[in-house]
Design a protein around this ligand. Structure first.
Ligand code: NAD
Ligand code: TDX
Length: 360
């Protein structure tokens, strides 16, 4: 039995689907269902006997201890976090609470839980901490990509909270011998991503013929990793990763934000054309994100050499699949975009509500 924290979010729910497709072992999702947690993401596996869901907060020590003592997992894959950089700029405290204190609570609870085990069994436990490339800061155009040895230089409150949580994980390994693994991945994209993040936001806005808000001049570079490739990497790390090590995961797809948005627009021109002209005409430069990191890039040499993992999707193949998923799931998009997300849009972009699309 394994526990997945944050399994109702974007990457967590994709990992649940991936796990149940690949493994017989049961899992329990532990998730507080914040604005980003959505049980609809788990609806396809709701009746699977290997799946169960517990609503709970990782900052609630008693709830975490109850869970561990009841389900007795052999591993925890820790996704639960506040994950959106823009939200961290407007309201950093929730990031400190969930990402730092929540990770601390989990580590403490696991330390006590594991101490009840026979010494010979303790080493088989795994705590896989899902972190981000943003802990390494920002790169210039000719800087080498981030390796596992790159020093931390987080720039946003979100990145600082993730870097702090990584250091707590490291300390628990060195001090208490907790068998942990940490991974730093680049920007994920794929099904079930909350449309506050670049790609689903642009798809959703384009379909509704609303402006496509590109921060600054759109020259910032991200390395796009399809979420399925990420899930395969996480399985490899959980199975064969060396305890106490960190692994960087990237998609080998460095693109500027403008290139990403234009690609989405060109695909939509084919699949969902506007009445006149191209979706590209909807791109609107808006004020830049404060402290906007210019470039992220990942050296994936370690995970390739040690675990034999390489990404399978190119950006071209991955974005086609992703776009098709959003076009095929208008109800999912409608449901998430009518909740708290709508309030966030109003606050952040000063936009209003829109009518439900006819096909939903
Ligand atoms: P997400 O925002 O889509 O989902 C987060 C999930 O965590 C939600 O289901 C939410 O309800 C849950 N959650 C939040 N606070 C909680 C709490 N206090 N207790 C229990 N559950 C709580 O996030 P995501 O994009 O799926 O990211 C998952 C992880 O991967 C995060 O740790 C994030 O930092 C990391 N990451 C994400 C990306 C990316 O591109 N999305 C890239 C690198 C790293
Ligand atoms: O409306 C927008 N316009 C825009 O130009 C939004 C929402 C974003 N952007 C830009 C900002 C970034 O340069 O697009 C890029 C990607 O933005 P996000 O989707 O917000 O992702 P990012 O800030 O790069 O962080 C993501 O990757 C690392 C995830 O949200 C993090 O959880 C992860 O750790």
């Amino acid at each position: 039995m394994i526990v997945i924290t944050g399994g109702a979010g974007f990457i967590g729910s994709n990992f649940v689907h991936h796990w149940l497709a690949e493994r017989d072992e049961p899992l329990v999702v532990f998730d507080a269902l914040t604005y980003a947690g959505n049980l609809e993401n788990l609806a396809p596996v709701a009746s699977d006997t290997r799946f169960s869901f517990v609503r709970g907060d990782i900052t609630d020590r008693e709830a975490v201890e109850r869970l561990l003592n009841r389900v007795r997992p052999r591993a925890i894959v820790h996704f639960a976090a506040e994950s959106h950089v823009d939200r961290s700029i407007r309201g950093p405290q929730a990031f400190l609470k969930t990402n730092v204190e929540g990770t601390f609570v989990l580590l403490e609870a696991v330390r006590v839980y594991r101490a009840q085990w026979a010494p010979s069994d303790r080493e088989s436990f795994r705590f896989l901490h899902v972190s981000t490339d943003e802990v390494y800061g920002s790169l210039g155009p000719s800087d080498p990509p981030f390796s596992e040895a790159t020093p931390f230089a987080p720039n946003s409150p979100y990145a600082a909270s993730k870097a702090a949580s990584d250091l707590w994980v490291r300390a628990y390994t060195h001090t208490y011998g907790l068998p942990t693994l940490i991974c730093h991945c680049s920007n994920n994209y794929g099904p079930y991503q909350f449309p506050e993040k670049l790609i689903p936001l642009m798809i959703h806005h384009a379909i509704e013929n609303r402006p496509l808000p590109l921060y600054g001049d759109g020259s910032q570079v991200r390395d796009w990793l399809h979420v399925e490739d990420h899930c395969r990497a996480l399985l490899a790390i959980l199975d064969r990763g060396r305890v106490g090590e960190t692994y960087n995961i990237g998609g080998r797809n460095e693109l500027t934000n403008r290139e990403v948005v234009e690609t989405v627009c060109r695909l939509l021109d084919r699949h969902r054309p506007r009445a006149h002209g191209s979706h590209v005409e909807g791109i609107a430069e808006v004020p830049d994100r404060p402290g906007h990191d210019w470039r992220y890039a990942i050296d994936t040499g370690k995970i390739e050499r040690e675990l034999g993992w390489v990404p399978r999707e190119t950006f071209v193949s991955g974005i086609e699949k992703t776009l098709s998923w959003y076009l095929d799931h208008p109800d999912w998009v409608w449901n998430v975009t009518t909740g708290a997300y709508r309030e966030w849009l109003d606050l952040h972009y000063g936009t209003g509500r829109s009518e439900r699309p006819a096909q939903a």
